[in-house]
Design a protein around this ligand. Structure first.
Ligand code: ATP
Ligand code: MG
Length: 312
């Protein structure tokens, strides 16, 4: 990317859930990062670390407990007119993990795809509406004969294509894909990811791609953020993160990726992350610091000094 333009700015974003009896889950606990126009930012981390909550809060499905999200400079969570809100909703779309659960089984594919077109008045006539649906079906590798069928008549991969067509129908700028391929057969995963890449090139889309395994995410992402217990512990270019992981949690996560060669797979060492290895002092302030250009790590002052000498 020659000129990096910020599409999304996330500043100290927090999302806490009150779960009764004074208990609070800090699902998202102070995230600060940007997403650039036209890039794919991968978000990884183990189950429950707050990836989906981050996505939902960015898109405005949840009101943030603290912090802010700017989309093209517009504060997503600030009060705005119905018209402004509608435009914002159109520009940010979501693709979900489970293509089975996220499509209404009683609606035809045409009506599912055209829902956003109708809500936002993007087609003037019935003919124009159907024309858009046919185009969208072709864009995602389906065809017009599929328009009058129902979701149960399709395979998992095809349903995810329908979900993508539905998101594209309103011509969004930004798409959050929350584990869009996890429910699919491995053989189908690459097809859906390649479709997403192609659409990104053609339409200049920006993606936040949520995943909890690191193999496919490297393939699709320009940069990757690693989350651990509601915090981002590391953020870097995808290649850089794999070559030079710095945070011990990232190292542990990467060491768990299965290797293609059975012999190396059998003998490789898995790294276990132990939080106590940091030796943080009681109440010590951690900050997200830049170790090498564009490579950020959550660390203490002492770790920062150590990492800098090790990695620069
Ligand atoms: N609506 C909610 N109310 C209360 N707690 C919630 C809510 N949504 C999520 N949580 C909790 O917040 C934490 C983060 O959940 P989240 O779904 O964001 O994780 P995740 O990283 O997407 O996990 P997975 O990989 O399993 O999808 C978890 O402890 C979860 O139980
Ligand atoms: Mg999730």
């Amino acid at each position: 990317m020659a000129e990096k333009q910020k599409l999304i700015e996330i500043k100290n974003l927090k999302q806490y859930f009150n779960v009764g009896k004074g208990n609070v889950i800090k699902a998202v606990d102070g995230l600060t990062f940007d997403i650039y126009k036209g890039e794919t930012l991968g978000l990884v981390g183990e189950s429950g670390c707050g990836k989906s909550t981050t996505g939902r809060t960015i898109i405005g499905l949840y009101k943030a407990t603290e912090g802010e999200v700017l989309f093209n400079g517009v504060n997503v969570h600030a009060k705005k007119s119905a018209k402004e809100l509608k435009t914002l909703k159109r520009k940010m779309q979501m693709i979900f993990q489970d293509p089975y659960a996220s499509l209404n089984p009683r609606m035809t594919v045409a009506d599912i795809i055209a829902e956003g077109i109708d809500i936002h008045g993007l087609a003037k006539t019935r003919e124009e509406r159907m024309q858009r649906v046919y185009e969208l079906l072709e864009t995602v590798g389906l065809n017009r004969e599929h328009a009058n069928r129902y979701p149960h008549e399709f395979s998992g991969g095809q349903r995810q294509r329908i979900g993508i067509a539905r998101a594209l129908a309103v011509e969004p700028e930004f798409i959050i894909a929350d584990e869009p391929i996890s429910a699919l057969d491995v053989s189908i995963q690459a097809q859906v990811v390649n479709l997403m890449k192609k659409l990104q090139r053609e339409k200049g889309l920006t993606y936040l791609f949520i995943a909890h395994d690191l193999s496919m995410v490297k393939y699709i992402s320009d940069r990757i953020g690693v989350m651990y217990f509601g915090k981002m512990v590391e953020l870097a270019d995808a290649d850089e993160l794999y070559r030079n992981p710095i945070h011990p949690y990232t190292k542990a996560l990467l060491s768990a990726i299965p290797l293609p060669d059975p012999e190396t797979e059998r003998t490789r060492q898995r790294i276990v992350y132990d939080r106590s290895q940091h030796n943080y002092k009681e109440g010590e302030e951690l900050q997200f610091r830049e170790i090498t250009p564009g490579h950020f790590v959550l660390c203490s002052e002492a770790e920062y000094e150590k990492y800098k000498t090790m990695y620069t």
